[in-house]
Structures are given as C-alpha cells and as structure tokens.
Ligand binder design. Structure first.
Ligand code: NAD
Ligand code: TYD
Length: 344
C-alpha cells in the first residue's frame, strides 16, 4: 500500500509518519509538506533514510502540482494532516486558513476523484463543535453534535469536513474523518500551550495565561492519536466520523501549574494576559464510538504523558532551541537543496 501523508513535517503528521514507517515496513509512506513555519524536517531525522519513506515538498492547494503528483505516484490512501493549525494566527490572518484548510482539502479530494483512491482520511479537530459551558460538566461532544464554530481556524476545519462528507456522498469517495481533542507530546511547535510552557519555563521566562486561565481543554498524547488514525484507516467504516479523546480535561491554569511543578519552577512565572478573542471555554470529547466500534483505548493518561513529554523536551533541547532561534528554517536548504536531494 502506498500512503500519501500530507503535513507530515508538522507535529502530529511527523509523529504519524514515524509510527507508520516503523510499523509497516512493507508499506510506502510519502510525506508531502509545504514546509511553512510549522514544518520542520529535523523532526523526521529518525526516518529520513528508511527505504519505505520519501519526502516531497509542495502545497496541497497547488492544483497542478497535486494532480501531477497523483498521476506519478497513484497513492492508495491519503491522510490529510496539512493545515494552518494555530487559532491565534487565524485571528490575525484568516485568509491563509481558507486557502490551505479549505481549498487545499478540496484540491486533494478532486485529485482523489480523478485518480481513484482506497481511502481519503481527513484529520479534523473537536474545535468544529464549538465549545461547552464550564457549568455543564455532564456535556460532551459526540459525532452527532452540530458543527458550531468560533474561530477562523475552526470554521475552516469545519468547512473542510463538510466538503469531505459531500465528496463521499456525491462522488462515492471512500472518506473518513477523525475529530481529536488537543494533542501534546514530542515535536510540538513551541507556539502551542504545553511546549510553550516547557520551553519558556526552562529559560525562566514568563508564562502568558490568557484571561483567567479557567478554560478547559481535553488533552491527548499524540501517540494515542496516531494509533487511533491507523485503526480508522484499517477498520473504520467509509463515510463515518470518529471522535478521539481520552477524558483528560484540565483547566489551562492546572496545566501550567502541573508543568511548572514538574520542572521545579515557581508559579510566579505565570503572567495573566489579555484573553484570546472569542476564546472557547471548554472542549470535551466522548470517545465511545472509537472505543466500542474499533476497540481503541489510549495508552497515556495526562499523568503519565506529561512527564514523558517533559523528559523528551529536556532530552531534545537542540530541536526546540533551533525553532526558537529560527535556525530550523535552514535545515531544508542544508540537508536537501544543497545536497542535491531535491530541486527547489
Ligand atoms: P502543525 O501546524 O504542527 O503542522 C502542520 C503541517 O502542515 C506543517 O508541517 C506545515 O508545513 C504543513 N502545511 C501547512 N500548509 C500546507 C500546505 N498548504 N501544503 C502542504 N503542507 C502544508 O499542525 P499539527 O498540530 O500537527 O496538526 C495537524 C492536523 O491535526 C491539522 O489538520 C490540525 O487541524 C489537526 N489537529 C490538531 C490538533 C492539535 O492539538 N495540534 C488537535 C486535533 C486536530
Ligand atoms: P493552544 O495550544 O493554542 O490550543 P487551542 O487553542 O487549539 O486549544 O491553546 C490551548 C489553551 O491554552 C487555549 O485555551 C489557549 C490557552 N493559551 C494560553 O493561555 N496561553 C498561551 O500562550 C497559549 C499559546 C495558549
């Protein structure tokens, strides 16, 4: 089987590529990524020389490029991680979210219709359901919760989901969608909450907490997300949506304090800053469908995953220090263009 994984130089995509390359040596994994600010090939060092792995630089919204790629590679399965993924950036500049997240998705879908595909899987988010009130801990997102988005990011992801379902119904494309809660773990870009806390606290820098810090997120270790997607690809039913989450709800303040404690850093580093516009209050996934229909169960809880993640950031300081300094952006030039591996 030939897998085309898009966005495989980002946080979750890279974890998924590494997982797939190692778990299925008989399969071919093509990683297609535009290498935006969020893409980092250093993340893929452990797999870049494996015979069943190949990297291609390109934009999922570039129709000519995508159609040429499908013509040449004829992938059996597409797993679309490629996206603009940061809510704060979507508030500053929504348009690129429409281009990549919506038009990039429809471009991939059009190529799948033209060239045929065994499965198209869309990696979506629980943020398409909007948010839940803090005073109703009995409420959870299920797969039939209506889409009700808050940010330009979540609106672009929900739009993409609607197109994916429409291509399933209209053109008979074999599609699946997963909607996962907030991920954490190795290789997460330090603009997102948990790696931001770790990297800043290690440098004794302030930790910005938006608003009161009472907002709740439902955290899942990235490894468990990768396993869930693999199960959906192999056992999931075409045309279905699967929610992924492990019941690890924490307020942002709890997350910050837990990480500071683990790093032996003082709570005085916490600084309350202006709240995010339209800030969602609470996300909480009901993962019953994944558990009962596919037998998925997360390996990590927050209490085991956070120490593992902190240890990874402590052991891989170079990786995130290169990001903080901007050095990582030269990696592609140095390792790929200068060595004649690819043409720019
Ligand atoms: P990320 O920002 O770390 O990585 C995104 C990757 O996509 C980067 O490598 C980037 O270079 C690439 N990319 C961006 N635009 C592209 C384009 N036009 N063409 C090709 N590649 C492009 O994101 P992430 O956190 O790894 O998220 C991956 C996916 O999972 C996204 O679709 C996101 O919506 C979804 N998701 C994320 C979370 C989370 O907590 N991070 C939770 C649920 C779902
Ligand atoms: P983030 O990691 O950006 O994920 P998302 O917005 O997709 O949930 O943020 C997680 C939570 O942490 C969110 O409620 C916003 C908050 N937050 C802060 O309080 N300070 C920060 O510096 C960041 C990046 C996020």
């Amino acid at each position: 089987m030939k897998f085309l994984v898009t966005g495989g130089a980002g946080f979750i995509g890279a974890n998924f590529v590494e997982y797939m390359v190692n778990k299925y040596p008989e399969d071919e994994i093509i990683n297609l990524d535009a290498l935006t600010y969020a893409g980092n090939l250093e993340t893929l060092k452990n797999v870049e020389d494996k015979p069943n792995y190949k990297f291609i630089k390109g934009d999922i919204a570039d129709r000519e490029f995508i159609f040429d790629l499908f013509e040449k590679e004829k992938p059996d399965v597409v797993v679309n991680f490629a996206a603009e993924s940061h809510v704060d950036r979507s508030i500053e500049d929504p348009e690129i979210f429409v281009k990549t997240n919506v038009m990039g998705t429809t471009t991939l879908l059009d190529a799948c219709v033209k060239y045929g595909i065994k499965r198209y899987h869309q990696v979506s988010t629980d943020e398409v359901y909007g948010d839940l009130p803090l005073d109703r801990p009995d409420l959870f997102f299920t797969e039939s919760t209506p889409l009700h988005t808050s940010s330009p990011y979540s609106s672009s992801k929900a739009s993409a989901d609607l197109f994916v379902m429409a291509y399933g119904r209209t053109y008979g494309l074999p599609v699946t969608i997963s909607r996962c809660s907030n991920n954490y773990g190795p290789y997460q870009f330090p603009e997102k909450l948990i790696p931001l806390i770790i990297s800043r606290a290690l440098n004794d820098e302030t930790i910005p907490v938006y608003g009161t810090g009472e907002n709740v997120r439902d955290w899942l270790h990235v490894y468990d997300h990768c396993v869930a997607i693999d199960m959906i690809l192999r056992q999931g039913k075409e045309g279905e949506v699967y929610n992924i989450g492990g019941h690890n709800e924490r307020t942002n303040l709890e997350v910050v304090k837990t990480v500071l404690r683990a790093l032996n850093k003082p709570e005085s580093l916490i600084t309350y800053v202006t709240d995010r516009k339209g800030h969602d209050m609470r996300y909480a996934i009901d993962p019953t469908k994944m558990e009962t229909e596919l037998g998925w169960k997360p390996v990590y809880t927050f209490d085991t995953g956070i120490p593992q993640t902190i240890e990874w950031y402590l052991n891989n300081k170079d990786w995130w220090e290169n990001i903080v300094s901007g050095e990582y952006q030269n990696y592609f030039q140095k390792m790929y263009v200068d060595k004649g591996r690819v043409e720019e």
